[in-house]
Write a protein that binds this ligand. Structure first.
Ligand code: BES
Ligand code: MN
Ligand code: ZN
Length: 491
């Protein structure tokens, strides 16, 4: 899908389909107003006849409207005008995409005028991302590709004028979509294909594609030398060797401190000796979605050419039961020197993250954000709508909340009081890897907090948001929109 900008007379543009927005109660956007006037009121008349009211996600197709050059006009309901925000464009434009697919339009014009008031750039950015996401299909593992997956070849965004800000916004929207697509693809791949080694190879290929992206992969021997006893203990029960993948994106000045992203790349989590129950265990192929979000964010930064320095670190491993696997009661020594009593081998995410977080110290980071499908408790607490947010720095937490408000990729804070640290006490080691049933998301973050004392740090628990279960099972690409927005705010 190629996006471009068009200006001038909307009614004279040749296209298979012209997409215009209408607010609730048939309140016309400026673009819809233009078409209605040109057609002698036929647009409004058609809406009335068909009972189209402009509710968010409603669509109506008009064929060969009088005095309009485009073959079809697709009206898209945007909901109440006063409630519309940029990120709420996703629902209507997903619906529009489905309609465009059904009518096989190849050459589409999308009118921005009046959708978000005068902010055509912001509307463009979010529509580009929403559109690209709406046409996403994962058929890499199907022998026959779905016919209906065809997206329009060309999408022109019609705007008042073709400003630099508008073209830049389109670029940002495309970059974000490319990043999300990568995150979703990696997440959706099954555990037998997407192994730690596979992830490492994908990362290396990215390093070859982008000039200012350097990729380094540490193998188990190297991790042994670094003393990553916690991370390595998890992969010991698997035939797939662990990898530590490191991205170094240089978009800022050499002297500028980097922001570091650390993503859990657990390519399949069976629980280990503390084996998970069978129902829905297949979904544990998504346990690398935090890591995949680091891949996607790095890609978005590269595509956009963001002007700051960002490091991505992805500890990648499987968690399987085996004669060599971690056993409840085992004690391992982390890279930080702290010893850990593994009371539950299924709390493996924190074991691979703690060593990756210690590794992050060497970058003298401005901020560190880890992203992990860490706890089932987070799904119970926040469901599928918000990512859990915890950390040791209020300003960083505020920055992430602001980025969430702008991107619509929502987060919600949980407390990280020292009182909860009590739950992690071990009679035999410095810390236990689990803290009991209560406040599971918080005690998981408390565990990580012991490894993040040397920098400003935030933790995103994406267990509920990284993928959807049910009929539309699949990776969502979250929280790439959040991370991308956060980093652009810093650039
Ligand atoms: N990857 C899981 C967390 C998870 C479970 C995410 C279900 C999404 C859906 C993680 O490794 C895990 O197993 N966590 C345990 C921790 C517990 C043993 C303290 C959990 O949440 O049950
Ligand atoms: Mn687990
Ligand atoms: Zn896990």
């Amino acid at each position: 899908m190629q996006f471009s900008v068009k200006t001038g007379d909307l009614t004279a543009l040749a296209a298979d389909c012209l997409v215009v927005g209408v607010f609730q109660n048939r309140e016309l956007t400026r673009a819809a107003e233009t078409l209605n006037t040109a057609s002698g009121g036929k647009v409004l008349e058609a809406m009335r006849e068909d009972g189209f009211s402009g509710k968010s996600g409603e669509t109506q197709l008009l064929l060969r409207a009088p005095e309009i050059a485009a073959r079809r006009v697709l009206l898209v309901g945007l909901g109440k005008r006063e409630e519309l925000r940029n990120f709420r464009l996703e629902k209507p434009f997903r619906a529009a995409a489905a309609k465009l697919q059904a009518c096989g339009a190849k050459n589409v014009v999308l009118a921005l005028n009046g959708i978000l008031g005068d902010d055509e750039a912001r509307a463009a950015q979010d529509i580009v991302t929403a559109f690209a996401n709406a046409f996403y299909r994962f058929d890499a593992c199907k022998s026959k590709k779905e016919e209906d997956a065809r997206a329009p070849a060309r999408v022109a965004l019609h705007a008042t004028d073709s400003s630099a800000a508008l073209r830049n916004a389109i670029k940002a929207g495309e970059a974000l979509a490319a990043g999300m697509t990568l995150t979703r693809d990696l997440g959706n791949l099954p555990g037998n294909i997407c192994t730690p080694t596979y992830l490492a190879e994908q990362a290396k290929a990215m390093g070859k594609t982008y000039e200012n992206l350097k990729v380094t992969v540490l193998d188990e021997k190297k991790m042994e030398e670094l003393g990553m006893g916690a991370l390595l203990s998890v992969s010991r029960g698997s035939r797939q060797p662990a990898r530590l993948i490191i991205f170094e994106y240089k978009g800022g000045k050499a002297t500028q401190k980097p922001h570091v992203l650390v993503g859990k790349g657990l390519t399949f989590d069976a629980g280990g000796i503390s084996l998970k129950p069978a129902p829905a265990m297949d979904e544990m192929k998504f346990d690398m979605c935090g890591g995949a979000s680091v891949f996607g964010t790095m890609k978005a930064l590269c595509e956009y050419g963001a002007k700051l320095n960002v490091i991505g670190i992805v500890p990648a491993s499987e968690n399987l039961p085996d004669g060599a696997a971690n056993k409840p009661g085992d004690i391992v020594t982390s890279m930080s020197g702290q010893t850990i009593e593994i009371l539950n081998t299924d709390a493996e995410g924190r074991l691979i993250l703690c060593d990756a977080l210690t590794y992050a110290e060497r970058y003298k980071p401005e901020t560190v954000i880890d992203i992990a499908t860490l706890t089932g408790a987070c799904v119970i607490a926040l469901g599928a709508h918000a990512t859990g947010l915890l950390g040791n720095d209020d300003a960083l937490i505020d920055d992430l909340r602001r980025a969430a408000d702008i991107s619509g990729d929502r987060v919600w804070p949980l407390p990280l009081w020292d009182d909860y640290q009590e739950q992690l006490k071990s009679p035999f080691a410095d810390v236990a890897n689990v803290g009991g049933r209560e406040a599971g998301t918080i005690t998981a973050a408390c565990f990580l907090a012991r490894f993040t004392k040397k920098f400003r740090w935030a933790h995103l628990d994406v267990a509920g948001t990284a993928w959807t279960a049910g009929a539309n099972k699949g990776a969502t690409g979250r929280p790439v929109p959040l991370l991308f927005q956060y980093l652009l705010n810093k650039a």
